[in-house]
Write a protein that binds this ligand. Structure first.
Ligand code: FPP
Length: 250
C-alpha cells in the first residue's frame, strides 16, 4: 500500500476528485444483508477516501451521496440514508476539524428533511475555516437541475439588463453553478463496475478522466484511490490537442 502511495507524483495530483459511490446495495446483498447494511459500511469507505485524498494534498473531493432520483427508492431506505447522513456528519465534525477539512455541499439542499438540512448546515458552519481540503457532498443533487438553475439565473439577469447575452461565457456559466469557485474535477471515479455518469456534474466533467472500478463502494480503501490516481497520472491529458503539442508544452 505504501508502495502505491509512494509512486504518486505529488506535483501532478488532480486538484479535484469526484466520486460516484455505487454498489452499496449489491454489496449488502452479496453478504445476505439488507441494503442499509451496505450504506452503513459505505461510511468507512467515505472516511478512507477522504483521509487518503487529504493526506496526499488533493484540494477538493466531491462525493455523490444522494441524487434527486434517489427519492424514488423505498421510503425506509431513503429515511435510513438521511439518518445516516445526520449521524455521520455529527460524528465526523471533530475529525474533520482535527484534519483541517472543510465540509460543503451542492444540490437542492433546502428540500432535504429539516433534520438533515440542519445537521448539514452545522457541519458546514463548524468546519468553514479549515483549509487543507474541501469535502463537497452532493445531496439531492442532479446536474440537469443545476444546469437549468444556472440558465434561469443568467436569463433573469439578462432580462433585468444586468448582463448581455453575448457576455455569457464559460466563466460566467461556471459562476452560476452550485460548484462556483471550485475547480472542475480532473478525475471522476465510479465504483461498482457500472459505466455511467448518472446526472453527476455534467458540465464540470467535460475533460475529466474517468475511472470505473470493479469493486462495490463499501470495499473502497485508500489503495483504490492511490491506484486510480496513478492510472490518471499515466494517461495523457490532451484537451483536444495532439500528443506532440502536449509533449512540446511540458
Ligand atoms: C449507492 O449505492 C450509494 C448511495 C446512493 C448512497 C451513498 C451513501 C453512503 C456511502 C453513506 C453516507 C454518506 C455520507 C457522505 C455520510 P446503491 O444503493 O445505489 O447500490 P446498488 O447500485 O448496488 O443498489
Amino acid at each position: 500500500m505504501e508502495d502505491l502511495k509512494s509512486k504518486i507524483d505529488l506535483k501532478k495530483l488532480p486538484k479535484h476528485i469526484a466520486v460516484i459511490m455505487d454498489g452499496n446495495g449489491r454489496w449488502a446483498k452479496k453478504h445476505g444483508q439488507p441494503r442499509v447494511f451496505g450504506h452503513r459500511n459505505g461510511v468507512q469507505s467515505v472516511r478512507e477516501a477522504t483521509e487518503a485524498a487529504a493526506e496526499l494534498g488533493v484540494e477538493y473531493m466531491t462525493l455523490y451521496a444522494f441524487s434527486t432520483e434517489n427519492w424514488g427508492r423505498p421510503k425506509a431506505e431513503v429515511n435510513a440514508l438521511m439518518t445516516l447522513l445526520v449521524q455521520t456528519i455529527r460524528k465526523e465534525i471533530a475529525t474533520m476539524n482535527k484534519n483541517n477539512i472543510r465540509l460543503t455541499a451542492i444540490g437542492d439542499l433546502k428540500q432535504l428533511p429539516s433534520k438533515s438540512y440542519k445537521a448539514l448546515l452545522e457541519g458546514i458552519e463548524n468546519t468553514k475555516n479549515n483549509t487543507r481540503m474541501t469535502l463537497v457532498l452532493a445531496l439531492n443533487y442532479s446536474a440537469k437541475w443545476e444546469i437549468l438553475n444556472a440558465v434561469k439565473s443568467l436569463a433573469t439577469e439578462a432580462v433585468e439588463g444586468k448582463i448581455k447575452p453575448e457576455e455569457i461565457t464559460e466563466a460566467t456559466f461556471d459562476d452560476a453553478l452550485s460548484t462556483k469557485g471550485i475547480p472542475h474535477p480532473e478525475l471522476l471515479i465510479r465504483t461498482s463496475g457500472e459505466q455511467r455518469i448518472s446526472n453527476f456534474l455534467l458540465w464540470q466533467i467535460a475533460y475529466a478522466e474517468l475511472a470505473f472500478l470493479p469493486i462495490y463502494w463499501p470495499e473502497f480503501r485508500k489503495q483504490n484511490l492511490y491506484q486510480a490516481i496513478l492510472d490518471y497520472q499515466n494517461r495523457e491529458r490532451r484537451f483536444g490537442k495532439t500528443s506532440d503539442q502536449i509533449i512540446g508544452s511540458e
